[in-house]
Design a protein around this ligand. Structure first.
Ligand code: M6R
Length: 612
């Protein structure tokens, strides 16, 4: 979590940094700060959002052509002005920003206190900047070497940027397990946690590898080495991302824009991968591991949050299409419970950001036990995409809203393609069904478009239930993971308590919660479990619960029973999640807006969870 930005060149650093922080605010928004070199190191920082920082800094001299900035998601120390980054060293010469956690900060701090260092904040970052300073002074090494030595000693995760009052033409950056991108311009450098603050200025970027340190000097080539002191050749690549992709494009919120982008993002996820004429699926990124995937006796999926829900959909898909057993694990549990893994297991790691710490750790564990790990990631060049043996990008484009929407549908697009491909190769599905599914999948973007026709009705329903205290979400089969996803969306952006359940499990406990106040969102599409869901709806109605049913267009039976119905087009049962999730995303969005919640930056959350 936390977003970091920096600039070194001839332009106005403050403007570039603040604009960059606004783009990265999805990563954390407890406090924000900037440090500029101009004679000394000038600090501007405060609790709150970047807008608060702008107000705090207004009227002050903010000139300078080198600086660093930070938007924080608190780990060590509550969000307040003092704990906000950047942090200066005791001498006031150095200033540091940091994304990550220094796990052994307490012992490092104790040794510094013994040497007479004094601390203002409760942060591990202030410990690190002073640790670097202590090495710099005591060992009479240059600053990059002091950074290298300090990073060899600390345990944990970091993406850092350091400036020195006495060397205004230099910026030192390093990373381990937290992302860092350096943008290379004409005699100038940009840096950020992801490429979004950079693309406006340059498309040439370097993604730092773990334990690499880059020394950026104005007007010179960057120097790159690792903490073992091995020199590296920077691999500068050209970004494909477009500026429009990270702007709101006329929508009130990124979340709404991203919901409405789904026809396009699903299309992008499929592009070049469905060859209808040949009747095949083409997934280049897994080609080298295809045989292993086909021969796998078991697939284990690791992920968190919404990506975990996409994993549950994949469990149904792989078992149904390709007849291979699948286990879906919370990455955070998997990594600590000594799981049984075999060399012929395939592990699939799903992540939008590609930076989720628990998912990364689960991948490392799986690899250490000899499993082949494939990634399904959205962010190109992310840590997870690099840590996995192979994989397929989802190509949904940048997802800025903290609540994941288009990433989910892009993930299930790729996972559906994978499952279909394996099924075809294994011969577990009749050729006619394979072709029919491929055609239906290709038609999903148009059907998602149709789902938006219900938006007005969803707004009316939202107005009716915006003050509800609880919601229940029910679904069966392929719609069960979507019920979980609907509940998560509502919880995280509107702060209404919601639970997702398999519809038939309701009678084993949650039914006790149902009364005339309880809205129950039920996915009741036509399909093999339709009749059963109809019975579940009757059970809710018998207890005076209020039913909001998501039904297949033309439905009659559920319409007669439910209080509200939202229609989605008819589609094969296995592809229902693509459509049934749309009204749920819109429902939570509208309710959150009506409750005046901060939709794109819900409280306590951050877009990528790079801490355990
Ligand atoms: O980037 P990832 O897909 O690995 O992130 C996993 C979760 O943190 C994420 O899905 C989270 O649950 C979202 N806020 C859900 O909307």
């Amino acid at each position: 979590m936390c977003g970091i930005v920096g600039y070194l060149g001839e332009k106005d650093a403050y403007q570039i940094i603040v604009k960059g922080l606004q783009r990265l605010e999805y990563r954390g928004y407890d406090s924000a700060g900037v440090a500029l070199i101009n004679g000394g190191v000038n600090l501007y920082k405060c609790k709150g959002k970047v807008s608060d920082l702008i107000e705090h800094a207004s009227g002050k001299d903010k000139s300078g052509t080198a600086g660093i900035g930070h938007t924080r998601w608190a780990t060590h120390g509550e969000p307040n002005d003092v704990n906000a980054h950047p942090h200066k060293s005791m001498s006031g010469n150095l200033a540091l920003i940091h994304n990550g956690i220094i796990e052994n900060y307490a012992s490092v701090k104790a040794s510094l206190v013994e040497k007479g260092f004094k601390f203002q904040s409760e942060t591990d970052t202030e410990v690190l900047v002073n640790f670097i300073e202590s090495i710099y002074i005591e060992e009479s090494v240059d600053l990059p070497e002091a950074v290298r030595k300090a990073l060899n000693h600390v345990v944990g995760a970091y993406a850092i940027a350091l400036i020195d009052k006495n060397n205004p033409n230099q910026l030192i950056v390093a990373k381990k397990s937290s992302p860092l991108v350096v943008g290379v311009g004409e005699g100038e450098f940009y840096l950020a946690s992801d490429a979004t603050p950079i693309i406006e200025y340059t498309k040439n970027v370097l993604y730092l590898e773990d334990e690499e340190i880059a020394v950026l000097t104005k007007g010179e080539e960057m120097r790159l080495f690792n903490i073992k002191k091995e020199n590296k050749t920077p691999y500068i690549q050209e970004l494909e991302m477009q500026l429009e992709a990270i702007e709101k494009g006329g929508y009130d919120h990124f979340m709404l824009k991203e919901i409405y982008e789904q026809p396009r993002s699903i299309e992008d996820s499929m592009r070049g991968r469905i060859l209808l004429k040949k009747g095949i699926v083409n997934l280049g990124g897994i080609a080298d591991y295809e045989q292993k995937l086909i021969n796998a006796k078991r697939i284990i999926i690791v992920a968190c949050g919404t990506s975990w829900h996409a994993g549950l959909v994949a469990e149904y898909l792989f078992e149904d299409y390709a007849r291979v057993p699948v286990e879906v694990e919370y990455a955070s549990e998997f990594r600590y419970r000594n799981p049984v893994l075999y060399e012929n297991d395939i592990v699939i790691a799903i992540s939008q950001s590609g930076e989720t710490a628990d998912t990364l750790a689960a991948i490392d564990l799986a690899k250490s036990k000899g499993a082949t790990v494939l990634g399904v990631c959205n962010v190109v060049g992310s840590s997870i995409s690099r840590a996995t043996h192979g994989g397929s990008y989802t190509h949904a484009g940048p997802e800025i809203g903290v609540a994941s929407t288009k990433a989910f549908t892009a993930q299930i697009t790729v996972l559906t393609l994978m499952a279909l491909h394996v099924a075809q190769k294994k011969g577990t599905m009749p050729a006619s069904r394979f072709r029919a599914l491929l055609h239906e999948l290709a038609g999903v973007p148009k059907l998602v478009e149709k789902c938006f026709e219900e938006d007005e009705k969803i707004q009316t329903i939202s107005a009716r239930f915006k003050d509800a205290k609880n919601f229940l979400y029910l679904g069966r089969g392929y719609s069960f993971p979507v019920a979980l996803e609907g509940a998560l969306k509502l919880k995280e952006i509107s702060y209404i308590h919601a639970e997702g359940y398999p519809a038939a499990e309701m009678k084993h406990g949650p039914i006790a919660l149902i009364d005339e106040e309880m809205p129950v969102v039920v996915v009741a599409n036509q399909g093999p479990s339709y009749e059963k869901v109809v019975s579940n709806i009757q059970e809710v109605k018998a207890r005076k619960g209020i039913v909001i049913a998501i039904v297949t267009e033309g439905d009659v039976d559920v319409k007669a029973m439910a209080d509200y119905t939202i229609e989605i087009p008819k589609i094969d049962e296995s592809l229902i999640p693509f459509l049934s999730v749309i009204p749920q995303q819109l429902l939570s969005y509208h309710i959150a807006v009506m409750r005046e919640c901060n939709v794109d930056q819900p409280r306590n959350l951050a877009k990528s969870v790079t801490v355990e």
